[in-house]
Design a protein around this ligand. Structure first.
Ligand code: 13P
Length: 254
């Protein structure tokens, strides 16, 4: 059986709870009954509850958070744990987004801890990897991305791996309008799948879903998602508009 595609919207630090509710309602109206792929929306922490209520009747749309803290609870002022996300209706959580790595010092070891903590609470992690422009230009993409995959997923069981999603997001393509070509993205997705095979075996690698992220729009979604190793998209800017996000979903998962 083929891998079911998964398209997630990362709203980043945008929208108040009320604006989040409105966007979610519009999405339900646009793609509420669309079952050809899994759809995930990831508002800010403060928007989670409003979005949870807005999508309650749409079983094809799932709720995700953009981050979590690795500890279960305790004296970590301002942080949110996996069980709190579960209690707010989340089934997914983005981990190790390049903005977390770049602005908040997250590294592969922390990404691994957060991934394990998410899985232990029953959340499905979307683990992000990807190279900066410097790394790409110096020919280091394959080595870096393989390392991010190996370290980020180290120690996971087969059952845990089956609940995990990877997102390849080249940093130079995020929010820049500079999308990777389908061939560039496919090449890296293949490296990722081959690293998964080396670490965890062919069966895990074959079943693993790997999203592409970085300036995905309705006019490039189909071409990217038609690549054999691209199993979905992690969409930033274009997920803030319901009609645009719905178009990505319909074109990418036709
Ligand atoms: P853009 O789609 O805005 O380039 O953002 C991609 C991204 O970072 C999704 O997590």
């Amino acid at each position: 059986m083929g891998r079911k595609k998964i398209i997630a919207g990362n709203w980043k630090m945008n929208k108040t709870p009320e604006e989040s509710r409105q966007l979610a309602m519009q999405l339900v109206a646009e793609i509420g009954g669309f079952n050809a792929c899994d759809i995930v929306v990831c508002p800010t922490y403060t928007g989670l509850e409003a979005v949870r209520n807005a999508i309650a009747g749409a079983t094809n749309i799932h709720l995700g958070a953009q981050n979590l803290h690795q500890e279960k609870n305790g004296a970590f002022t301002g942080e949110i744990s996996a069980s709190m996300l579960v209690g707010t209706g989340c089934t997914y959580v983005i981990i190790g987004h390049s903005e977390r790595r770049q602005y908040f010092g997250e590294n592969d070891a922390l990404v691994n801890q957060k991934t394990k903590s998410a899985l232990a609470a029953g959340l499905k992690p979307i683990v992000c990897v990807g190279e900066t422009l410097d790394v790409r230009e110096s020919g280091g993409t394959e080595k870096l991305v393989r390392e991010q995959v190996r370290q980020g997923l180290a120690g996971l069981t087969e059952a845990q791996l089956a609940s995990t999603v990877l997102a390849y997001e080249p940093v130079w393509a995020i929010g820049t309008g500079k999308v990777a070509t389908p061939a560039q993205a496919q090449e890296v997705h293949l490296w990722i799948r081959s690293e998964l095979a080396a670490c965890f075996g062919e069966a895990v690698a074959t079943g693993f879903r790997i999203q592409y992220g970085g300036s995905v729009k309705s006019d490039n979604a189909a071409e990217l998602l038609n690549q054999p190793d691209i199993d979905g998209a992690l969409v930033g800017g274009a997920s803030l508009d319901a009609a645009g996000f719905a178009a990505i979903i319909k074109k990418g998962c036709a």
